[in-house]
Design a protein around this ligand. Sequence first.
Ligand SMILES: Nc1ncnc2c1ncn2[C@@H]1O[C@H](COP(=O)(O)OP(=O)(O)O)[C@@H](O)[C@H]1O
Ligand code: SF4
Ligand SMILES: [Mg+2]
Length: 370
Amino acid sequence: MAGVGAAHLRPTGEVLLQATDLHVRYPAGRGRRVSALSGVSFDVAEGETLGLVGESGCGKSTTARAVLQLPRPTSGRVVFDGVDLTALRGEELRRVRTGVQMIFQDPVSSLNPRRRVADIVREGLDIWPERPGPRAGGGPSATDRVRAVLDSVGMDLDEVGDRRPHEFSGGQCQRICIARALALGPRVLICDEPVSALDVSIQAQILNLLEDLKDRYGLTMLFIAHDLAVVKSISDRVCVMYLGRICEIGPTDAVFDRPAHPYTAALLASIPQLDPAAEGGEDVLRGDPPSPFEAPSGCRFRTRCDRAADLCAEQAPELRPAPSGQFVACHFPLPGEPAPAAASVPPLERLDALHDTASADRAYPDRLAP
Ligand SMILES: Nc1ncnc2c1ncn2[C@@H]1O[C@H](COP(=O)(O)OP(=O)(O)O)[C@@H](O)[C@H]1O
Ligand code: SF4
Ligand SMILES: [Mg+2]
């Protein structure tokens, strides 16, 4: 059972969110089923950000939705703040789930075009008025809360409240989505590729905003991205996925600086480098991932792995401790040597600098002009 195993999980009392052995199979027509997740387990401690990374189709969004029970995973458990979400139903599930909010890749299409911003942000509060949450000046009304969360994302209720989503840029729409999520006072924020659809110049602003909000509201985050620089900039821990399973999980520096899984190393080596003299951006990740309908036996990465041996086809590797502190699912892990310079992840500020923007500037220049 590759990528499975629970050795990497911390005691339940030490984490706010824990997913254990999640399996998700989707109906795929003609009686077939596609396996999107096969034994995924992870945890997130309070105040921590776990980055989820991997190629398109590896199961990142499915993992996020499985946490929220949207839809309920085929099997496995999700425990949030000591409550097993998989055991809850109906109103009770919806009530507990308000503590976990999500923002998506495409902010524009996740906002109802016919509704005004004030109503969009307020919608959840009308359903769950008892939820604790930020309030402007400590005022008691829903409007105070809407004002407070809009303010926290750099928007003024009086300026934007009566306007509709099409009047805003992608970055501004993502701010509105974040405000809507925060209005319910969540403890966990799941961000599914929240900056992938935005201009590079706006990406750093939204990431900075998320970090500010995390500190201000004591949020715990599950942060999904396929861009390694983005994940590195924001995550305390990283989980690398491949074809519905976890390859490697652990502290961000360990995973990025001393990758133990050949897939992680290949992902890192394929990052384009900013310095034209540097090597990198190599096509070391040969071929495409196999179809999820025909996942390879044993280790799912073996059809693209230079180190593959007979054992890799026969037995699926479980997650085991690696020398640098992460956990790795590989029969023949890399020795944990520093990744070559060519495989380094450029800091986001440098990427941003390329686009001539002030990434360190914590002001939000994409906010609306008065
Ligand atoms: N609603 C669905 N019905 C059928 N297959 C799906 C559905 N959603 C996702 N999949 C499949 O599940 C796998 C994982 O998808 P997804 O979680 O969206 O990956 P990622 O977010 O990493 O790109 C893919 O093979 C995808 O085609
Ligand atoms: S060495 Fe074997 S187990 Fe490790 S990633 Fe390659 S194929 Fe998988
Ligand atoms: Mg996705």
